[in-house]
Design a protein. Sequence first.
Length: 279
Amino acid sequence: NNAFLLPPFSVVDQIYHLASPASPPNYMYNPIKTLKTNTIGTLNMLGLAKRVGARLLLASTSEVYGDPEVHPQNEDYWGHVNPIGPRACYDEGKRVAETMCYAYMKQEGVEVRVARIFNTFGPRMHMNDGRVVSNFILQALQGEPLTVYGPGTQTRAFQYVSDLVNGLVALMNSNVSSPVNLGNPEEHTILEFAQLIKKLVGDGSEIQFLSEAQDDPQKRKPDIRKAKLLLGWEPVVPLEEGLNKAIHYFRKELEYQANNQYIPKPKPARMKKGRTRHN
C-alpha cells in the first residue's frame, strides 16, 4: 500500500461558520460564552481553513450596524454600537469575528466570505427562541397577549429561511470576499407585524405594550443591491406565505407537546472494561 506516498489533499473545501446564539435572551443569558464562540470559535475555524486550504463563510449579522444612523443599511456603513451595552457580547463579538476573517485573508491568504444576516424566520425555530417572530406566533396560538417592547414603531425586515440558505450558498460559491447583506428589504413596524400575526392565526389576543429594551435598534432594513448585482440573489418567499408555514409548524409542535407523545427513557449505564458507571 503506497497511500502514504500520495500528496496531501484537502478533506474540507468549504466551512460554514454558523455557530453562535442569535436571539437576545439567549446571548444575554451567557455573554461570556457568546463572546468565546464568536472570537475563539472563529479563530479555530480560520485556523482550520488555513490548514486544509478551505474557504470559510462567516455568518455575521445586521447587528454589526447597531442602532443605525443610516437607513437602509448598506455594507459600507460602519455602524453605531454601544460596546458596553447588554447586546455588546453579540454585536461586538460578530464585529471582531469579521475583523479576524480579514486579518486571516490578508496575512495568511485564507479565502473568506462574510454574510451580514438580517432577521430570519421559518419552521423548526426553537419554541422559546425569544425573537419577535416566535414570540408573537407562540403567544397568539396560546391566546396570550402579544408583547411589544416600546411603542412598536421600531422596524424590522423579515426573510424566510429558504431565501437565506440560497443566499449563503450563492455567496460561498461566488468570488465576493467583502461583506454582503442577506435580508428582505420589505420593512415593517413591530406593531404592524403583531397585527399581521393576529390576523393569520385568527386569534383574539390583545397587544400588550411593555417598557422598551435597552439598545433596541429603532430601524432595520437591508440595502441588498450588492447581493442582487454580484450574486443574482434576492428574497422570493412572500412574508405571509412564510409566516403561514411557521405558524403551521408551531401549531403542530404545541399539539405534539399537549398530547405528551414523547416520554424520554433513561439511558442504560455504559460498560467500560469490567467497570459499570453508576448514576
